[in-house]
Design a protein around this ligand. Structure first.
Ligand SMILES: *[C@@H]1O[C@H](CO)[C@@H](O)[C@H](O)[C@H]1NC(C)=O
Ligand SMILES: *[C@@H]1O[C@H](CO)[C@@H](O)[C@H](O)[C@H]1NC(C)=O
Ligand SMILES: *[C@@H]1O[C@H](CO)[C@@H](O)[C@H](O)[C@H]1NC(C)=O
Ligand SMILES: *[C@@H]1O[C@H](CO)[C@@H](O)[C@H](O)[C@H]1NC(C)=O
Length: 288
């Protein structure tokens, strides 16, 4: 069972309308708003003894959650991607092929229902409508992070910069900068993590927002807000037009978080071990 801890002091009710706080042992506070944490399902995959899930993302058209995880040690692959339909949980599985592809990262082209998967044999595309997996790019490279925004963006193992594939052409952003994890918002601000910490960049200008190099992941909600997570909780990255005014702020204590994403109603969902939880906003003041 997940141990939830209190983050912020209860919002002080105004003297005119004193609201009786409701008891909610399963709630947490995020920025003084109360959220109920409810169990959605347990992911059913051949996990390692210690469950490691690196990334979560929803295929929005049919409410299917995809997740990248580390399979059992005796598995020929060291990373895999599984999926489960949140409306019909019996529709689930693991993306497989004849040879080891070690998909450790992926992202989704929602408009076309294509999942781009990065692994030890470059990038593959899974067309979910045709149920067809095919090689897409960079066959000789190990790809460690993939992002989709009109085009496929990716980083190579131990590489510098972020490569964008536009048709048959490749362009490199942040050419001299090592990048491990990244997301790009709609205004083309790049938030990335490398061995020096968490940064925000626009064009060739970069600002470091945190020296913590161990953020485990980055995710964007449906409004384009950017979140990061680490072993101790969830952080929000505030991106400002003036990069110097950008910040990363811890918003919730959630120990043992695996990965996080947002459902089709923009509720935050996260994993802890093999369990998937959803945060739903509680409209009253709550006592935890
Ligand atoms: C918390 O809420 C206040 C008021 O709505 C807002 O100004 C602030 O940016 C929020 N902080 C975080 C960390 O979300
Ligand atoms: C929180 O969710 C649980 C079910 O997961 C429910 O029983 C409980 O009433 C909810 N509490 C609030 C305050 O919404
Ligand atoms: C999943 O369950 C639903 C309803 O229980 C059923 O109609 C459907 O055929 C099942 N699908 C699979 C792939 O087993
Ligand atoms: C941002 O900070 C850098 C380094 O401290 C400084 O050189 C630059 O002028 C600042 N930019 C703005 C727009 O304030």
């Amino acid at each position: 069972m997940l141990v939830l801890s209190l983050l912020t002091v209860l919002a002080t009710a105004s003297s005119s309308e004193v609201e009786e706080p409701i008891e909610c042992p399963t709630c947490i506070h995020i920025n003084e708003t109360c959220f109920n944490v409810s169990h959605v399902l347990d992911l059913d995959a051949p996990f390692r003894n210690q469950v490691v899930i690196h990334k979560l993302s929803m295929l929005r058209a049919d409410n299917t959650l995809f997740y990248a995880f580390e399979p059992r040690i005796e598995d020929p692959e060291y990373y895999k991607v599984g999926f489960v339909n949140l409306d019909a949980q019996n529709i689930s599985g693991i993306i497989t092929s004849d040879n080891p592809l070690n998909f450790g990262s992926f992202d989704i082209d929602q408009d076309n229902g294509v999942i781009y998967l990065g692994g030890s044999e470059g990038i593959y595309a899974l067309d979910t409508n045709a149920n067809k997996l095919s090689s897409y790019s960079s066959r000789g490279d190990t790809i460690t992070d993939v992002f989709f925004k009109n085009n496929v963006y990716f980083v190579k193992y131990n590489g510098h910069g972020i490569t964008v594939k536009k048709g048959d052409n490749f362009r490199i952003l942040l050419e001299n900068t090592p990048v491990r994890l990244f997301v790009i918002n709609k205004y083309d601000f790049i938030v990335f993590v490398n061995n020096f910490g968490l940064h925000v960049a626009k064009g060739e200008t970069t600002r470091r927002l945190s020296k913590n190099a161990f953020f485990r992941g980055l995710a964007m909600d449906l409004d384009g807000n950017i979140y990061a997570w680490w072993i101790d909780g969830i952080y929000r990255v505030f991106v400002d037009k003036n990069l110097n005014d950008s910040r990363v702020i811890k918003i919730a204590d959630l120990p043992k978080i695996g990965a996080l994403t947002f459902d089709n109603e923009n509720n935050l969902m996260f994993t802890s071990s093999r369990s998937l939880y959803r945060l739903t906003k509680v409209e009253s003041v709550c006592k935890i």
